[in-house]
Write a protein that binds this ligand. Structure first.
Ligand SMILES: Cc1cc2nc3c(=O)[nH]c(=O)nc-3n(C[C@H](O)[C@H](O)[C@H](O)COP(=O)(O)OP(=O)(O)OC[C@H]3O[C@@H](n4cnc5c(N)ncnc54)[C@H](O)[C@@H]3O)c2cc1C
Length: 293
């Protein structure tokens, strides 16, 4: 089923994002995590592509198994920068054969050391995610399409307005909904939605929430994606680390993410997309009782 049809029927909802473990030996533990999280009945579960060194084959296999063996509607992330049409087409064909009918259409990060100009010059025909959206729309009408949105503006964008216009282009090309980059201040989401609606974007905007489970991991993630941590929250995490170590950090991180999620749902977000980090405990801590009326 295309996820957009489920989004419009079932509100509020939880969705989950997994990344494929690098080593095959980690897969049994990974699928145990999936099984534990199947119990919260996510509206869908997405699987990252190429991120963190994972291979495309692993992404394909995991997104297929989530749907076939674990009862989750699944969505494959797909990046296009540096790809040939034939490569993208093969991946889409494999998804269709496996019964996976949803894609998060992404440009992907530029290769290190390149700029938008040099990378795109060497990577026709996909310059931006919008090119991928129109490619999928033209050849795969069976696919539901999500795209990425940036409450704090994409780091390479020339301006917040230009970035929002780029988002609108992706929707005009046929994308169905938006999943946001992670953020830690709900005011950023509310303002992003307000600006998007003012620009005529009416599609669902699903906020992405990340539980902080470890200071080292979060510092690496925010240095990559550019999200800001409110100073008071960072101070709380650091204090937890000093007094109680990793377990205390996770406790603070989960409580914060839970408050964030509850407030977002209360202010009208259609659901929340949880960046699981493949950690069942953290996710279960966030969602416990979250959707109860
Ligand atoms: C929810 C989510 C999931 C993600 N999953 C993955 C993943 O699985 N694997 C992975 O490698 N990465 C992933 N990423 C990261 C993503 O690939 C990067 O943020 C990437 O740098 C941009 O991808 P995009 O699809 O947003 O690109 P685009 O929408 O193409 O935007 C990229 C930049 O180009 C600008 N732009 C867009 N169109 C135009 C235009 N026509 N003219 C001028 N400028 C333009 C935008 O403002 C932006 O600055 C994810 C990000 C999010 C938010």
């Amino acid at each position: 089923m295309q996820i957009i049809h489920a989004i419009t029927k079932e509100k509020p909802f939880i969705s989950l994002e997994f990344f494929p473990p690098k080593e095959r030996t980690e897969w049994p533990t990974f699928f145990q995590t999936v099984d534990r999280l199947a119990g919260i009945h996510p509206l869908f579960a997405s699987v990252t592509y190429g991120a963190g060194g994972s291979t495309h084959g692993n992404s394909l296999e995991i997104v297929t198994r989530l749907k076939r063996d674990h009862g989750m509607e699944s969505m494959a992330h797909l990046t296009c920068i540096g790809s040939e049409c034939s490569e993208v087409e093969r991946f889409l064909g494999d998804l269709t054969s496996a019964g996976v009918t949803n894609v998060l259409a992404l440009r992907g990060d530029l290769p290190q050391g390149s700029t938008a100009t040099t990378a795109t010059a060497t990577a026709p025909p996909f310059r931006y995610a919008s090119d991928l959206v129109s490619f999928i729309r033209a050849g795969h009408p069976e696919m539901g399409i999500g795209v990425a949105g940036y409450p704090e503006t994409h780091p390479e964008a020339v301006s917040p307005d230009a970035d929002l216009q780029a988002l609108r282009t992706k929707l005009d090309q046929g994308a169905d909904f938006i999943v946001t980059q992670l953020f830690f201040d709900n005011a950023l989401y509310r303002e992003f939605v307000r600006r998007a609606r003012a620009l005529g974007i009416q599609k669902p905007i699903i906020p992405g929430i990340l539980p902080v489970v470890n200071l080292k991991v979060i510092n690496r993630i925010i240095s990559l994606c550019g999200a800001a941590i409110p100073p008071a929250y960072m101070a709380e995490l650091q204090e937890a680390d000093r007094s109680g170590g990793a377990a205390a950090v996770q406790q603070v991180g989960v409580a914060y993410a839970r408050r964030q999620a509850a407030e977002l749902l209360a202010c009208g977000a259609p659901g929340v997309h949880l960046y699981t980090l493949n950690r069942a405990d953290a996710v279960l801590g966030i969602v416990d009782g979250l959707l109860q009326k």
